[in-house]
Design a protein. Sequence first.
Length: 742
Amino acid sequence: MRHDFFRLCIILIILFAFPQRGDAGAESVADLHVTHLQPVPPVPLRPEWNRFRILVWPYQTDVLKDFDRYRKAGLGGFQIDRGAGQEERVRLSVRQHFPYYVGHGADKGFLYLTRENRKTVMNTRELVVRPHTLADPHTLAEMKRHLLNNVNATKDGLVLAYAFDDEISLGRMANPCDVDIHPLSLQWFRKWLKKEYRSVETLNRQWGTSFSGFETVMPQGFEQIRRNAQTPPLSGWNLSRWIDFRHFMDFQFATVLSDLVRYTNNLAPDIPAGFVGGQGPGPWGGYDYAMLSRAVQWMEAYDIHGTNEILRSWWDEARRPRMQTFFSTKDPKMDSWFLWYTMLHGNHAVIAWPEGWFHAKGDAIAPHILANRGTFEEIQGKISEPIVNQETRFAPDPIGLYYSHPSIQAGWAMDAIVHGKTWVRRTGTLDDENQTMGLLRKVWCKTLEDLGFQYDFVSYLNVREGDAALNKRFKVIILPKVVCLSEKEADALRGFVASGGLLIADHLCGLLDEHGKGRAPGALDHLFGLTRDESAGYLNGKGLTEVDGERYNRPYLERFTYHTRARRHKGIVIFERGTRNSQGETVLMEKSWARGRAVYLNLTPLEYWDPGRRFSAYGNTWRKMIADLLRSSGLQPRIRVYENGTPANMIESLWWKNGERRYLCLVKNPTERKEMREVGDAIQGITGHSVDIRMEFPENVELTNLRTMKRLGEGRMFSDRFTPWEGNVYEVRKVTIALEPS
């Protein structure tokens, strides 16, 4: 209690001690981007980006001392930390034609809070002031001062990219933290609200408040929201005062990043600027990827909850570099698979964490690293050129997965119910394994990939702004627990169906508006032909949280507290107990609408994330259900791959195109990187054995294996060898059959 009182006193002192400081500066930042974030344009990449790269982080190693070891191991580049005073490394880069990226270009401590500053924003249920508030022009000036020194010191070498900092966040990575109520941040927030709501009366109706003017508006933290939003019905929830504040803070974070990108571009016009150590999508830390994708020109984001495919979707037309972090498992096969998987999914590089790689136990190079020298060299060689080429584009099927960040925020609130007041200790690490929205997103990705399909994510911001071209791009759009929908989004989705599209929702669709306020009926209930009885509850009728984070240390399937005695349809849990259509159906409810159709599953497939469920009768049932819907819209896989006679073989097919050229990539696609050696009797795990595979195409093609340069001929069916810890790359040409003259 004394600690909370002391914290409150500090906040009040700050609020009243600095009412005027920085007003003009704050206006200069806020007025540039009050509500709309202008996307920063991409920049052309330098020639050294023509192939995939393994870039070494300078931990337990120094490129000046270990350059020969880097070459011997087959590594492709390095990192310069900050830059000022690092001119000798720049000269080595030019002399040896060895590229690098620059890390911590804006220094440490501003975008990533350190030491005591970090402690002030952790484990508190109160609204807090962010140290080095991003609304203060002094904070931006300090970061730009570091950028000026570091960019000028490094821009004349073979620099691939500039990273402002690592694992950046509004607070501490993706941990809960209700920042920022610094006076300058509140000024900006109030201006943003005025643009959003126009009048304080409109805001009061939405929030359920009675503010006299925007100058008196205060946000609300999650603790206050949590007390009033713990049980159904959802139509009685109002998360607006919290979600609006979190949405603004995401906007502030992205705006500051975009400002730093433009500043860096002025110093080094041809080098992309961004950050490394990106967290998964969630309500904390600033990680709304619809905004972040507009704010930076490259990113190394941990592939948490689909971030790699999210960025791939939105960075494809004008490609921007994506990277992953490479942590060696000390198993050469597992390491090889990760590199192939990362490259074939369109990443330009990995940043290697080299702990224990060099000078370990008297060895110049660790044996498990040297064992993959051939893989390192091949993956960074000619085979990667078609994939990383700036003119190459991903070629998805016409399937859209909807990304709704307000739904992610509301979903987190549902997850946090089980924690009570201890929600502040629900860390980002716990979220990685237990966030319902993130796991559901990955389940839909794996489902489509297992069926032989690829997809693009649909940005809720693009839909709101009328810039999504839904019917031109998609035949099918899937709404994974899109609980929050604005009227603009709902209208766009109705238009998609009316123009011939198939819309699929799993559960809880549109029960809250874009601010998190409940509505009855749901935004798309009429489109789906639904009626709801919320008093019947959800799942087993006793709760709403699906993955119970309090059980984080139990096996995955034991975390579903409210699945016990829930109703099931063919083994799959029914989510909404009181939802049905006019025919009395409670699942797989379908309604024709103009030229299209809307299907409401009322099912939750989260158990599919468990490998035992994925490769079992449960998985077969779920895949058939979705395959039938896709087939009804005229979609079929462009290839079927069989391993040991089964199509559910954990082999993903990826398609890329460059002009008239088409590339097919095959790679193992486990539930998680730590996949067991074998899943079932017929499916090889990553560290299994090389096998014969059979590939079937729906039409005649000419197929060439680009790794072996072996031409496999023409036809619809082909056989080849596949090594599960590597990948296969083919060029596919359509074969035109000449008609005989009549």
